[in-house]
Design a binder for this molecule. Sequence first.
Ligand code: ADP
Ligand code: MG
Length: 321
Amino acid sequence: MIKVSNLTKYYVRNKALDNVSFSLKEGEILGFLGPNGAGKSTTMNIITGYLSSDSGDVEIDGINILENPTAAKKKIGYLPEVPPLYNDMTVKAYLEFIFRLKKVRLPMKEHINSICEKVRITDVRERLIKSLSKGYRQRVGLAQALIGDPPVLILDEPTVGLDPQQIIEIRRLIRELGKKHTIILSSHLLSEVQAVCDKILIINKGRIVADELTSSLTGTGSSTEKLRLIVEGRKQQVQSVLQKVDGVVKVTDMGEAEKGCCEFTVDSRRDVRRLIFRALAKTDFSILEMSPVEQSLEDTYLNIITGKNETKEEATDVSDI
Ligand code: ADP
Ligand code: MG
């Protein structure tokens, strides 16, 4: 459905994309994962025809975006990093405006109504866009992308800036849309991509560094675990108890959480929650909080790139503390 071949893009002399290639079958949800500045938005802007590449090709459902941009763009719904919303329009007027702009041939009223139902904005249709919360604005952005019923959706960091409840709702919505659409979604959060996508593509400094099924990447990523811990007691002593727990690779002091309590993060090779509980139960120190920390993208792709050296380096870290 989407075929990207050897994209290279320079901004003046800065190489933003270096030979990026991947493809996506109909109905798949691809997570495009990478830190800020990796080249996610640049790639998405090229796929959607908003930006040209210096070399390489993009085909959407067999149509080349450079050779036939109008036909290719009709197949794509795009939610850019900053959605192109007009604050002084009502939701309804805005969606009608986009409908005309895209020259959609479906019956307007029914089409817009059904999209509003789908993204759950029916109750705010008459409101000015500027009066909406960030979560609702993002849904209006999604609605805009869905107008014309394109088979492909390109969503650039769709949950950035939303609160946890809104994030859950948008992710659920994307998964729902994934039943009918082929989707590329970018994110700098591994957890997000794990929650929503079938496939993950990791991009760093303009290059694809991993191209995997979500399940296999998760396997690699979770070879180290991280816990956040708040313990009542004296810092040095608590820390030395934690460091002795079997499987713990690194204990990082995060400062005083509240009076008399210290916060740590604990990296380990396996699930050490029970061992930590038992070790501290033998002392006078009380665990007030213990929770898993989401693996950051950096951790995971460091695992992928430098996995073999990590144990050694981290072991040195412990003795340094
Ligand atoms: P991401 O979306 O993954 O954060 P981008 O695609 O926005 O990354 O950026 C990739 C690289 O290209 C970065 O180094 C960024 O600074 C650079 N870049 C992006 N847009 C422009 C631009 N309009 N002009 C010059 N450099 C840019
Ligand atoms: Mg971006």
